[in-house]
Design a protein around this ligand. Structure first.
Ligand code: BTN
Length: 243
């Protein structure tokens, strides 16, 4: 499967979105990977920082068949689980922080930014951008709790080999997302960070103590507060203060 390596670019997500807009021919599952991004994008308009040549910064293009935009959460689950699949071959302790950050215990090792182009109600093209901290040993940005694979295992990794492993794992989970959404969703729930344990959560009304009791197949998270009241949130509507 195709992988293009670049020394430097603005953002691998942007590069693929531009290529799609131009109508360039791209393969399903094709990846662009860069050693350095000058304008790496994160969730919530944050920047994604990464030391040159030390980590994986890449985007994969997917052409979903018949995926409704309002039912796109399985795509997110597939990618997050694929990352856990690969990382769990290197060490124990990885999980998915809702909706799709990859954590090792209480620290973030990887972030995922999915940007879609729609065709009416359907997702026509999806650009899955992933930053995965691999060989970087110290972090200087204001990201609160970063960690790398090397911090965890003490080993250096070959980025190319690891990327091939990830590409294969994403394609496998992607097939599961098309063929068996309910087993994928069960796997996702099994890998959920902070499940069923009380933590502070912040929503538009302030901070309260609650526990995640479910994630629905749509991606909504259900948090029960200490009074037993259940609250349901979409992506970006609530944050757990361990971050
Ligand atoms: C997050 O904030 O957790 C998501 C970070 C996603 C970063 C990756 S790095 C490769 C790809 N290109 C980008 O500009 N962003 C994503």
């Amino acid at each position: 499967m195709k992988v293009t390596y670049l020394e430097e670019t603005t953002s691998t997500n942007q590069l693929l979105l531009d290529a799609l807009r131009r109508g360039d021919s791209l393969e399903h599952g094709e990846i662009i990977c860069a050693s350095f991004q000058t304008d790496g994008r994160g969730q919530m308009n944050n920047h994604w920082e990464s030391e040159r040549g030390m980590n994986l910064l890449f985007s994969m293009v997917l052409f979903p068949m018949n995926l409704e935009a309002k039912a796109q959460f399985p795509l997110s689950e597939a990618v997050a689980l694929a990352m856990c699949d690969v990382l769990s071959r290197k060490a124990d302790g990885f999980s998915v922080k809702w909706p799709n950050d990859i954590y090792w215990h209480d620290k973030k090792i990887s972030g995922i930014l999915i940007e879609n182009n729609l065709n009416g109600a359907l997702v026509r093209e999806s650009v899955v951008g992933i930053g995965l901290n691999i060989n970087q040993e110290t972090f200087h940005s204001d990201a609160p709790n970063p960690i790398s694979l090397k911090n965890i295992t003490g080993k250096d990794y070959n980025l190319t080999e690891l990327l091939e492993e990830i590409q294969e794992a994403i394609m496998k989970r992607y097939i599961q997302s098309e063929e068996d959404k309910s087993s994928l969703h069960n796997d996702y729930k099994k890998h959920l960070y902070l499940f069923n344990t009380y933590h502070p959560f912040t929503d538009i009304n302030g901070t309260y103590t609650g526990r995640i009791i479910d994630v629905e197949p749509t991606g909504h998270v259900i948090i029960e507060d200490t009074a037993g009241v259940k609250r349901k949130y979409a992506f970006k509507e609530v944050q757990c203060n361990i971050s």
